[in-house]
Design a binder for this molecule. Structure first.
Ligand code: CTP
Length: 404
């Protein structure tokens, strides 16, 4: 799971307010076991201190080509050869321009020119600067050199303007780096079926029973599986988010529709990941017309019947080699409940969310999961963004899969 262990990462920081995010990236990389060497441009030192960065990276931070006190040479060529990957973040408009034109007037750009490893750059600047033809031309030039851009996000900028120019979030940058080292086509040829979101069970033409599921976890998993080269079918209840492009999306409303959609795809799938929050019950007699209040008549009672258990139904006719992972959201006796679902529903593994973990579960952008395989192997994540968790879940499947 530690794909970054021992990887040598050179980070070039240039002068942009977004430099304040770099200590977080350094900390994340160090936590994953990477070695980090930082080079700053003189301007970057106004935005974040070398002391913070050297403490986190456990190495001196370099700005000058040599130490003026003792003459020690900071060899850009040695560093360029040492690194497995160079990340320039934030890449200011000036630094992008110097990199594109080969203006090697500081240690960052000389090292960039000497680097023989893949280079990623993450621009951060004001909206108008980013859109300026000069910046855009420099970016195209860098892309034509084979450098890869971690595109800036849209959002509120330090100037108060809104638009593209914000440095991508540290966790996403980490994910890009992890993907790079993972060799992101590890799931090529695999067919993955993922369910997501809630199901919606009608009461009458205008009312329904449902739950708070946002679909974010399932959609993040679909995106991650796509990134790794899988062919992904996403069977989704109604949600407010867009499906990642490239996914085969099947939209459904009810649990029975979800089962039917999954049934047609499951046979031909290598993996099933059931994140959907399937409604356990539906209304037995759905009214064809709107139920009205009527004076003198008792409050209507809803008669519920149990929905089919989708994962149990599918696992009962699985073929050897098909891997099934379910999700469980629990409030108490979490691990015991998850384990009993794992065995009673014929799953290979289960991802447990506890509602007792703040920031985990429904609706949030973050999650914390405990992954349990039927063999007893388990893994507990930290509280991380759902896209990072998706990576952890797929890593876990890779580690516990026998013969997909
Ligand atoms: N699930 C399913 N079909 C259902 C209900 C649940 O396939 N009708 C799947 C979910 O997608 C999930 C797993 O089963 O992967 C566990 O869901 P959960 O709602 O925790 O299980 P339940 O059996 O409904 O248990 P509980 O009584 O705790 O709600």
């Amino acid at each position: 799971m530690m794909v970054l262990k021992g990887k040598k990462i050179l980070i070039g920081i240039s002068g942009s307010i977004a430099a304040y995010k770099i200590p977080i990236i350094v900390r994340l990389l160090m936590k994953e076991g990477a070695e980090v060497q930082i080079i700053m441009t003189p301007a970057a030192r106004d935005f974040v201190t070398p002391l913070t960065l050297s403490t986190l990276s456990k190495r001196p931070v370099l700005t000058e080509p040599f130490n003026p006190v003792d003459g020690t040479w900071n060899s850009h060529v040695d560093m360029g050869n040492w690194a497995d990957l160079m990340l320039i973040a934030p890449a200011s408009a000036t630094t992008l321009g110097k990199m594109a034109a080969g203006i090697a007037d500081n240690l960052l750009v000389t090292t960039y020119l000497a680097a023989v490893c893949p280079v990623f750059f993450a621009p951060a600047m004001d909206l108008d600067m980013f859109q300026h033809p000069s910046t855009q031309r420099n970016i195209s030039t860098l892309l034509s050199y084979g450098n890869q851009m971690i595109a800036p996000r849209e959002g509120e900028l330090a100037s108060g303007l809104c638009g593209a120019g914000r440095l991508e979030e540290p966790e996403v940058i980490l994910e890009v780096i992890r993907d790079f080292f993972k060799g992101n086509q590890s799931w090529a040829g695999k067919k993955v079926l993922i369910t997501a979101g809630p199901t919606v069970e009608p009461i009458d033409p205008v009312r329904y029973i449902s739950n708070y599921s946002s679909g974010k976890m399932g959609y993040a998993l679909a995106e991650e599986a796509l990134k790794r080269g899988a062919e992904v079918t996403l069977v989704s209840g109604p949600v407010q988010i867009n499906a990642p492009s490239g996914v085969n999306l099947i939209k459904v409303q009810t649990a029975r529709q979800m089962l039917q959609a999954c049934d047609t795809v499951f046979d031909d799938s290598n993996l099933l990941i059931m994140t959907a929050a399937v409604a356990d019950f539906r209304v037995s007699d759905v009214s064809g017309s709107k139920i009205k209040k009527q004076a003198g008549i008792d409050t209507p009672a809803l008669k519920l019947v149990e929905n089919p258990d989708i994962v149990k139904t599918l696992s009962s006719h699985r073929k050897t080699g098909q891997y099934i992972m379910g999700f469980a959201l629990e409030t108490d006796n979490e691990v015991a409940n998850a384990q009993s679902k794992l065995s009673s529903k014929g799953m290979d593994a289960i991802a447990l969310n506890s509602l007792n973990d703040p920031g985990a579960g429904y609706g949030t952008d973050t999650n914390k999961v405990t992954l349990i395989h039927k063999s007893g192997v388990s893994y507990t994540s930290a509280l991380e963004s759902k896209s990072v968790i998706a990576g952890r879940v797929l890593d876990f499947i890779e580690e516990t899969i026998v013969n997909p």
